[in-house]
Write a protein that binds this ligand. Structure first.
Ligand code: GLU
Length: 330
């Protein structure tokens, strides 16, 4: 009898041990406003990893956040495991510029891969009479919320044309609120750095107040492109927004969305995320039209923080390492 009881206790202990071995690892990805592209992107990535729960034991969830700067800071503090952040903001955090100028270079930041292109998008009400950047002077303009990627982009664009923030009636609200404010005639214009197409600009263009996207180009922008290495030329296809009054594609400048993490996140977790997105790349690409131009190689460009070792392990296995800038490999 004693023997039987001992066997029972032993099997119970083994069962408990194997349960804890498969315990759930909760992983959170910081995104942006729900009408942007970061939010569905976080959803797409987490679904791909969650599908393989039996393999990794990872349960990934998505959080709607204030945007790039918030995500970088939350990943660094350990409040988020991953975040989506603009490539320019990743560069600035690594170098200790812009919002990080006072605290210095953020050495714990790691990159995983880059995702879709994002364009600096300036939406204006037609009746505001704004057709170029200098027309924004004296107008009610949303530059972006603190914590967002776009706030610094708006400032850079205005600065390139010698326009100071005090020369306008600047607002600093989240992008999700801006389309409603334009339609309620409470603002004349707003900036949003975002992938296209997206629900936010669709909402802004489909109301009673007629709106259009203003080109961001000219000699001041050429100088900006020369001075700041993280900006590139971009074009917003007007077919995405049939209700805007644009009749042609809109030239502008842009950056890239990137997936970031911290050196404190385990190699196994980062490996799982990288592997599931890259091994299922064809499926991933179909999830959002903003991913149309993606290739595996393009997803390894536009990064500034060292590649996380978990991601690097996958890139080595998949023969993709040659597409990575050597300075990002530690
Ligand atoms: N680029 C924006 C930001 O960093 C977010 C865009 C999006 O949510 O798609 O705040």
């Amino acid at each position: 009898m004693k023997k039987v009881r001992l066997i029972l206790i032993l099997s119970l202990l083994i069962a408990i041990f194997s349960c804890t071995k498969h315990e759930i690892t909760l992983v959170t990805i910081g995104t942006g406003g729900v009408t942007g592209v970061y939010y569905p992107t976080g959803g797409a990535i987490s679904r791909m990893v969650n599908k393989q729960f039996s393999k990794y034991g990872i349960k990934a969830t998505v959080e709607s956040t204030a945007g790039s700067v918030y995500n970088i800071n939350s990943v660094l503090s350990g409040d988020l495991d991953f975040g989506i952040a603009q490539s320019d903001r990743q560069y600035q955090a690594v170098k200790g510029l812009s919002e990080w100028a006072e605290i210095g270079p953020q050495d714990k930041l790691r990159s995983v891969f880059s995702i879709h292109p994002e364009a600096i998008t300036l939406i204006v009400a037609d009746k505001s009479g704004i057709s170029r950047i200098s027309d924004l002077i004296g107008k009610r303009v949303n530059l972006g919320n603190p914590g967002s990627g776009q706030l610094q982009n708006s400032r850079d664009v205005l600065g390139a044309f010698g326009v100071n923030e005090d020369m306008l009636k600047a607002e600093y609200v989240k992008a999700i609120e801006a389309p409603g404010l334009v339609q309620d005639e409470r603002i004349d214009a707003f900036f949003y750095t975002v992938g296209h197409p997206n629900e936010n600009i669709k909402e802004a263009t489909s109301g009673r107040v007629k709106v259009h996207i203003v080109p961001i180009e000219g000699a001041p922008i050429d100088s900006l492109l020369e001075a700041l290495p993280y900006y590139d030329k971009a074009v917003i296809p007007h077919v995405y927004y049939e209700l805007s009054t644009n009749i042609a594609d809109v030239p502008t400048i842009g950056v890239k969305a990137t997936l970031i993490t911290s050196e404190d996140v385990s190699d196994d977790i980062v490996y799982a995320f990288t592997k599931e997105v890259f091994d299922n790349f064809d499926e991933f690409k179909t999830i959002h039209p903003a991913y149309d131009t993606l290739t595996k190689e393009s997803m390894l460009k536009g990064l500034s923080a060292p590649i996380h070792p978990g991601a690097l392990k996958y890139y080595k296995e998949a023969g993709l390492i040659e597409h990575i800038k050597p300075s990002l490999i530690q």
